[in-house]
Ligand binder design. Structure first.
Ligand SMILES: C[S@@+](CC[C@H](N)C(=O)[O-])C[C@H]1O[C@@H](n2cnc3c(N)ncnc32)[C@H](O)[C@@H]1O
Length: 223
């Protein structure tokens, strides 16, 4: 499918898919959305006792969520092992048109972004002392991890264009992939998504959404 770079309301770029009229991030602000949904509501919510924090990202896309998590790991002095799963990796040429390194107010962002994208797929590599990454090129329905992750960033395209990724079978896979007390965060607040998460066993909270969105969901595996 054709992919184009576009600029969102906070000045940060994202990728637009014309055929679906769908974006990799919110048009209201890619960086703002990513910080709100994944860092503020997910990463910062985890117990300070967890180390390393094991994170699974669905799907890796532009690497923005990995980049901001690497910055938070450094700034908060927390250790993170991050696994990004992606079926259709972004090319080097697309990556070079994304402005995250300059849009983020952090001197380390450029170096980390380069490392994140230059690292080989399917290999664990070090972005900095507190952030290890593995990028896996595969489809989400090939994920078979069991009780491995503390946190899932569930960042699939919307149910309007990929409804199959928001169904019980996918959330069952996610439920199995997280440890007891593990957490899944997503920008979606749809009732059908909330009910599918509950059906597989997650306890679900509706929380304030990022700019342009009233609510989002956080789901916890409580035993
Ligand atoms: C909303 S975007 C992810 C944005 C990403 N988190 C970021 O920060 O750029 C959804 C991603 O899921 C990938 N994808 C879509 N369907 C997939 C599938 N069935 N299996 C694996 N990856 C898939 C897309 O290629 C896209 O990169």
């Amino acid at each position: 499918m054709k992919r184009e770079i576009m600029t969102t309301a906070d000045g940060s770029t994202t990728i637009h898919i014309p055929e679906w009229n769908e974006q990799y991030h919110s048009k209201h602000g890619a960086i703002q959305e990513a910080y709100h949904v994944f860092i503020k509501t997910g990463f910062n919510h985890l117990s300070k006792a967890l180390s390393p924090i094991k994170i699974l990202e669905i799907g890796f896309g532009t690497g923005l969520n990995a980049l901001i998590t690497s910055l938070e790991a450094k700034n908060q002095n927390r250790e993170v092992n991050y696994c990004g799963v992606e079926g259709y990796p972004v090319s080097q040429e697309e990556m070079s048109q994304l402005n995250y390194a300059t849009a983020l107010d952090d001197a380390s962002a450029e170096a980390y972004f380069q490392k994140i994208h230059k690292g080989n797929w399917e290999e664990n590599f070090v972005v900095h002392d507190q952030f290890k990454l593995i990028k896996q090129e595969k489809m989400f329905d090939e994920i078979e991890n069991k009780k491995e992750f503390d946190l899932i960033y569930f960042d699939a395209f919307g149910a309007r264009v990929q409804p199959e990724l928001w169904e019980v079978s996918m959330f069952q896979r996610m439920y199995e992939a997280v440890k007891d007390n593990g957490v899944l965060v997503t920008y979606s607040a749809k009732g059908s998504v909330r009910r599918a998460l509950q059906e597989v066993g997650f306890v679900v909270e509706r929380l304030d959404g990022p700019p342009g969105k009233r609510e989002m969901l956080r789901a916890t595996k409580r035993n």
